[in-house]
Design a protein around this ligand. Structure first.
Ligand code: SF4
Length: 122
C-alpha cells in the first residue's frame, strides 16, 4: 500500500464513521432532526465514501479501466452494476450490489441532507 493511501486511511479513521453514526439514529425523523441541527457535514459523506472505496479496492468486481461502465469515461466503476464509483460511493442511498456495504438512508433523506449541507460532488 502506498504512503498516500496509508495516510489517507489513518486520516479517515480519525473522522467520524458515518455508518456507525447513522446507526445511532433509529428512523428517518431522527435523521432529519440531525440534519436540522447541522450534525451532518460534508466531511462525513467523504469519510463514508473513503470507507466504501477501500472496500471496492479489494473487490473482484472493481473495473479500473472502465470497460463495464454504463457511461463511457466514468471509471473506476463497479462491473456488477456499471455505476461510477466516484458517485456511487458518495450516494448514501446507494448500496453495493453484492452486499459489501449498505445504503444508509433513502433517496429523499439523502437529497434533503445534501441540500442542507450544500454538499457538492467532488
Ligand atoms: S460496489 Fe460492491 S461489487 Fe461493486 S466494486 Fe464496490 S464492493 Fe465490489
Amino acid at each position: 500500500m502506498s504512503k498516500f493511501l496509508k495516510r489517507k486511511q489513518l486520516s479517515n479513521k480519525r473522522k467520524m464513521d458515518l455508518s456507525k453514526y447513522m446507526n445511532a439514529f433509529k428512523n428517518t425523523g431522527q435523521i432529519l432532526e440531525g440534519i436540522k441541527n447541522n450534525v451532518f457535514k460534508s466531511e462525513h459523506i467523504e469519510a463514508e465514501a473513503a470507507k466504501r472505496w477501500a472496500t471496492c479496492l479489494n473487490c473482484p468486481f472493481l473495473d479500473i479501466i472502465g470497460k463495464d461502465c454504463l457511461i463511457k469515461g466514468a471509471a473506476p466503476c463497479c462491473s456488477k452494476c456499471g455505476c461510477s464509483l466516484k458517485y456511487k460511493t458518495r450516494a448514501l442511498s446507494s448500496d453495493c450490489p453484492v452486499g459489501n456495504w449498505n445504503a444508509l438512508m433513502d433517496e429523499e433523506t439523502e437529497d434533503t441532507l445534501k441540500e442542507k449541507i450544500n454538499y457538492k460532488e467532488p
